[in-house]
Design a binder for this molecule. Structure first.
Ligand code: MGD
Ligand code: MGD
Ligand code: MO
Length: 743
């Protein structure tokens, strides 16, 4: 069987070539099925290109607004090598930023970041980035309060088999949208979240969703909640448990620390404000009686809290996660099979799947001689403030003077917040090098652009360490003439620096794949041999094993094994965090109003993951194209918020705040909470100067409007969610024609 593996899962390759659902996948992704459409993408990068102004030594001012000249691969690789050598000689390797975040290919070998990092490590190293945009805030707070062993993606979630068997109530903050579970970093052979949800319902389970958007409620009751106010709702539920004598005193006494101090805070004995349901009702827009009733149900019924990752991708994003730990502990559900707390069930496919994950290799990247790093979402701070410092997780990081930015497999002009600010900071480095399949906004802000073969134009092995499926994903078609793989480009640049042999390590691409597969077989001797694997197209650990592998987080704690936190217990009060003395992350879960720092504009903007794309990828595909209206990204809002603005279905409008303006087509949706606007991420940043002299993004990219403040000085995560914005009819109708002409 011939398989193509992508972040949307495995697909079978038929004649044409075409993609068909993988026969073992119960819910194949409709987006993934359109992957091969990218082969015809008019935005394809076909040859190496250099920016004219850069060649003339303009210092970066015209980045994002310049023309390009074609180079041969030989010329371009020589230029890249010469520039790297100049920068490392004049400024040291820490002047190179190679953090290069992003969701490049699902393959283990052609993983663009790994290729870049192997190359840069051989060339003396680079300033790197830690954590993710997905989960960066959680990753930093969780080790302090529940232990590093519970800080990995999915490590807190009980497995679905246990949930179906034991749990009867899931309270889902941010819901459990199935569209997100189409995706798994590194791919999967079977999308099973929908099936587990169905089994949960059939077993008599109920889901109550608290979210600003009714679309997040996959089943059961939907309670609209004000964006960013979940911490207040959770503190109020804790308050109800305490006040009504429903808190699990035995669990709190044996397995948590700080319960008494936290209780004093709930009762308002420290700050004069009891965190009662009445207090929270005003902040959350949720009736106090609903909050009380939910708290009582949590204590009385076998229940589970699930939080979407979006909640922590926000200013003060530590707080809802920490508050949910406190709430689950007080409700007495932690460490019980199928109950307790889950973070991101349905955020991606793997969370909660009761399977043995693949222990396998990543492409060997070597070691980085440079020790400087940033938390990944602090890229603009890094470029803006050379020589400055940044507080992070109790440390003070130095920000190097970056002269060379090098990106492969990511799109910061999709993913980063406050894009016009990024654009200004982006003029500072001497040189920006980008490897891309397509002319993304990031490629259009680069000095040297290398083409790269698409994932279906080269052979690879794909599999996620959180999953049990491994695919051999051979090239479905050849790349356009002259378009190399990332590996080949880095090998050629390495050749100009005398590093080619070290980079290639004596293997061609086919030999690398066999080498990586050998390492999977060392970890899992039951896997078939290389020839058999390639013939079958896939392998699956425990394929015939009916019984799943149950996961019961915190069962070990209940059995007397301490956590890796300083106290060995769940920390409702953290002396370590208190010791950092941070005003934006105090010593226990605390309500901090994220609106306090925003402009007083009428709406909260949500920017959830797009159903029809992977971030900015597959944007030219039929699903994303059909989701647009007249070529504009669609923003959903409550009809009662639109009518006073005289906006109706299909009208083009400006979403704005002091950070910028982006254009959208509006769609009334009574399921969106009043005061909330919903604009999915992934619209391609497409800035122009309008008749009024303003920089306007025609692409509907919400990151023109999002806040680039760190989630807090503790985690410095991305705070993309719920900035305050205004909405108004389009001021300059000529922009509609300009947009159409550019598509
Ligand atoms: N407002 C807002 N912003 C957000 C979020 C949000 O919720 N709201 N979510 C954040 C999150 S969680 C994430 S993970 C990020 C995602 O941000 P990114 O991962 O940067 O977004 P992608 O669009 O997936 O970008 C991947 C890029 O890699 C390129 N690519 C793919 N394969 C290859 C390859 O083999 N070689 C090379 N050279 N290039 C390749 C693609 O063409 C694409 O441009 O966005 C973040 N930004
Ligand atoms: N189809 C598709 N699936 C994807 C991706 C994709 O690009 N496309 N990206 C993948 C990636 S990289 C990641 S990290 C995960 C992210 O997974 P998540 O972060 O869990 O997903 P989001 O879609 O950002 O947010 C989920 C929901 O949270 C709600 N929400 C937002 N703010 C708040 C709030 O303050 N309170 C409450 N109660 N609800 C709120 C929104 O209505 C939104 O629909 O998704 C993955 N899945
Ligand atoms: Mo993500």
């Amino acid at each position: 069987m011939q398989i193509f593996a992508s972040h949307f899962g495995f697909f079978e390759v038929g004649p044409g070539p075409t993609l068909k659902p993988f026969r073992h996948d119960p819910a194949p992704s409709p987006v993934g099925l359109t992957h091969l459409d990218l082969a015809r993408d008019p935005a394809r990068v076909r040859v190496p290109m250099a920016r004219k102004g850069w060649l003339a030594g303009d210092g970066g001012a015209a980045r994002g607004d310049d023309t390009y000249v074609e180079l041969s691969l030989e010329e371009a690789t020589a230029l890249a090598a010469r520039e790297l050598d100049r920068v490392r000689t004049a400024h040291g390797n820490r002047a190179i930023f190679g953090g290069s975040y992003g969701w490049g290919s699902a393959g283990r070998f052609h993983h663009p970041q790994s290729q870049l990092k192997r190359f840069l490590n051989l060339a003396g190293g680079f300033t790197f980035a830690v954590n993710t945009y997905s989960y960066g805030t959680a990753k930093v707070i969780l080790p302090h309060v529940v232990g590093a062993e519970h800080a990995e993606v999915g490590a807190l979630a009980p497995s679905w088999d246990q949930i179906v068997e034991h749990c009867r109530l899931i309270v889902a903050f941010g819901g459990m949208r199935l569209a997100n579970a189409q995706v798994e970093a590194g791919s999967t052979g079977a999308h099973r979240v929908g099936d587990w949800l169905e089994r949960f319902r059939a077993a008599g389970g109920e889901i109550v969703t608290l979210s600003p958007d009714a679309r997040d409620a996959v089943q059961g009751r939907h309670i609209p909640i004000r964006p960013g106010s979940d911490t207040a709702a959770m503190l109020a539920m804790c308050h109800t448990l305490l006040e009504e004598g429903l808190a699990d005193a035995a669990f709190l006494g044996s397995f948590t620390t700080g319960a008494e101090e936290f209780a004093r805070h709930l009762l308002g004995q420290d700050d004069g404000t009891p965190k009662s349901a009445d207090w929270a009702a005003a902040l959350c827009g949720v009736p106090a009686e609903d909050l009380r009733a939910l708290a009582r149900r949590l204590a009385a019924e076998p229940s589970l809290l699930n939080l979407a990752w979006s909640l922590q991708r926000a200013r003060f994003g530590e707080q809802p996660y920490w508050a949910s730990v406190a709430l689950a502990a007080m409700a007495g559900v932690m460490g019980r099979p199928g109950l307790g707390l889950a973070l991101g069930l349905s955020a991606v496919s793997s969370v909660g799947q009761p399977v043995r994950g693949l222990r396998g290799p990543s492409f060997p990247m070597g070691t980085n001689p440079v020790s400087d790093y940033i938390p990944v979402a602090r890229i603009t701070d890094l470029l803006e403030r050379p020589g400055g410092t940044l507080p992070y997780d109790g440390k003070m990081l130095d920000l190097p003077d970056i002269r060379l930015v090098w990106w492969a497999g990511g799109n910061p002009y999709h993913h980063h917040q406050d894009l016009f600010r990024l654009e200004r900071a982006w003029t500072r480095p001497d040189t920006v090098i980008v490897h891309e399949n397509v002319w993304t906004a990031t490629a259009r802000h680069a000095d040297l652009v290398f083409p790269s073969a698409m994932p279906f134009e080269r052979s690879d092995i794909a599999g996620s360490s959180r999953d049990r499926w491994l695919a051999y994903s051979p090239a479905v078609m050849p790349p356009p003439p002259g378009v190399p793989t990332d590996h080949e480009v880095f090998a050629r640049i390495a050749a100009h620096l005398g590093l080619e042999n070290a980079f290639r390590d004596g293997r061609d691409e086919a030999a690398w794949l066999e080498h990586l597969y050998d390492r999977y077989r060392m970890a899992h001797p039951e896997l078939p041999d290389w020839d058999r694997f390639r013939q079958d197209g896939y392998a699956c650990l425990d394929a015939d094993q009916a019984a799943p592998r149950p996961m019961v987080p915190f069962a070990q704690l209940r059995a007397g094994h301490p956590l890796s936190t300083p106290s060995g217990r769940i920390e409702l009060v953290s002396d370590r965090i208190a010791g950092f003395a941070l005003s934006d992350c105090p010593s226990h879960p605390t309500w901090l109003d994220p609106d306090g720092e925003e402009e007083p504009l009428p709406f909260h903007l949500l920017s959830p993951q797009p159903e029809t794309r992977l971030h900015s990828q597959l944007d030219p595909g039929p699903l994303a194209r059909d989701a647009r209206a007249q070529g504009f990204e669609v923003l959903r809002a409550h009809p009662d918020d639109l009518s006073p603005l005289e906006l109706d279905t299909g009208d083009i409008a400006e979403v704005f705040n002091a950070r910028g303006v982006t254009l959208v087509s509006v769609a009334p949706d009574p399921g969106v909470r009043r005061g909330t606007l919903v604009l999915p991420t992934g619209g391609w940043f497409d800035p122009v100067t309008d008749a009024l002299g303003r920089r306007v993004d025609l692409g509907g990219n919400p990151n023109v409007l999002t806040s680039d403040a760190g989630s807090s000085a503790l985690s410095q995560g991305a705070s993309a969610n719920h900035p305050r914005v205004g909405l108004r009819p389009l001021a300059d109708p000529t922009l509609i024609e300009i947009r159409k002409a550019r598509l």
